[in-house]
Every structure is written in structure tokens, then in C-alpha cells.
Design a binder for this molecule. Sequence first.
Ligand code: APR
Length: 264
Amino acid sequence: MDLPEEFLSAARKARSCVVLTGAGISAESGLATFRGRDGLWRDRDPRDLATPEAFSRDPKLVWEWYQWRRQQLARSGPNPGHLAIAAMEGMFDSFLLATQNVDGLHQRAGSRRMVELHGNITRDRCTRCGKVVPEKADGGDELPKCGCGGLMRPDVVWFGEAVPAEALETAWEESGRAGIFLAVGTSGLVQPAASLPVIAKRGGAYLVEVNPEPTPLSEAADLAVRAAAGAAMPELLERIGLARGMQARAREINTKSRRCENGT
Ligand code: APR
């Protein structure tokens, strides 16, 4: 991968790095994106499934859709793109991963310094008392209930709902301070996540987009890597590691993530 000197210089100098991910980072783990050719929304209107109104109108239909997504997730796992981002944490004094994804694959890949902007499908939340618990096994026709008697819902942010304030605050702050910002696998269409790269750029960050397709972020990007994240991220990780004089660490991490790819 040919990379411009400006990228290598930014990678070398940056004290802080922020990575924003979207559904595209999980595509190579076999999970459908929302808006692509085979996207989840291709034959569904989001308002039918991912809104509080849809849930109060037909909680069973919404739960069926989430249980189906959980079954897809159970058969999936982190790909080398997730692993490379997890490894990137240790290369910067300050690092934050802000994910729009709810699949929990970043945590399973080892990411720790992260915020979930849209919640997490592997948790349930009570609609009455707000209690959050790990997902319960599919109860078939029985809708999951809380001990307080309230109906449980997936612990995700639906259309029309606010992103968790603390997560957003952290993401905004870190983006404004980032020396290098990577937008990976996101269409850059959904606010407030889509404002993070703009805030980073305004704060002087070097903006990298990793996406096989152009997006509304492409114009502002200093570097557009038109490739799948699973291939591009391990290579970017290695080059960032080299630029920051962490050759051994970068190579060791990549060997590990490639081993993951081959399933060894
Ligand atoms: N590697 C990198 N990017 C990819 C890959 C891949 N292997 N495959 C697809 N992409 C890109 C697509 O080109 C697209 O631009 O990932 C992007 C996925 O975009 P969306 O499906 O819109 O997903 P996302 O940006 O995460 O959507 C944001 O919208 O529906 C809501 O809550 C949902 O969090 C989601 C939010």
C-alpha cells in the first residue's frame, strides 16, 4: 500500500489517535451493513424495527429481528480489522475507539479504550427501571421481562433516541484533540457520529478514511484508503508502528492478527 509522507509524518508525530468505526468493519466478520448492497435495511424501513414506536407497536416483531441478529453474531467473530484497531491502542499516549456498532466485536478483539455510541446488542435493558443485564437466551414466544415486571428491550440506541451523553462527550473531546483520526467502515451519514471526523479535522487532525466506497467524508479526508478494513487495517497498523519506531511490536501484532485470519 503506497502511503503519502504526510500520513507517515502524522502517524509519527500524533500524540493522540481516534478511530471511528461503522458497520463496514464487521462486514468481513459476515455481519451485514445497513446501507450497502446487501444491507440490513435493504428491504426494511428502519422505522419498522429500530424505533421506540416500533417496539411499543409490535415488541415481538422487533425482538424477532434482534434475536435473528444475535444468532448471526453468535456465528461470527472479530476479523483482522478489529484486531488491528485493538492493537493500535498501545501505540499512542492517548487513544479512543468510538464505535457505532452494537455487535461487541471490538471488545471481543481486545479493544478497551472505547465508547459505544449506539449501545450494544448483547445487553438487554428494562423499559421500566432501566436495569441493564447481559442478553437473555431467546425465550421463544415469551417476551423477556425484568425482575420489576417491566418489558426488556435490546440495550441499543434507536432512531429518534439520544446517544449516551457521556460516550458522546468523550468522543467529541478526544476527536477535537486527535493528531490522527481514522474513519473506518462508516457511510458517514448518521449524526452525531458523522460530526466526529469534522471536529477532528477542525482541530488539526490528519483524517484517514478506510472504505471501499466514497462517502460524504471522502472530500475532507487527507487520505482515502479504498480497501476493505480487514485487509487495510493490519497494513496501516504495521506502517504506523514502523513510523513510531515500534517495528517489533507492529510485526508481532500483525502476525497474530494474520494467524486469526487463518483461524490458527
Ligand atoms: N471494510 C470497510 N468498509 C466497508 C466494508 C469493509 N469490508 N464493507 C462495507 N464497507 C462500508 C460501506 O461502503 C459503507 O460506507 O461500510 C459502510 C457501512 O455504512 P452503513 O451500512 O451506513 O453503516 P454505518 O455507517 O455504521 O451506519 C451508521 O446507522 O442504521 C444506523 O445505527 C445504525 O450504527 C448504524 C448507523
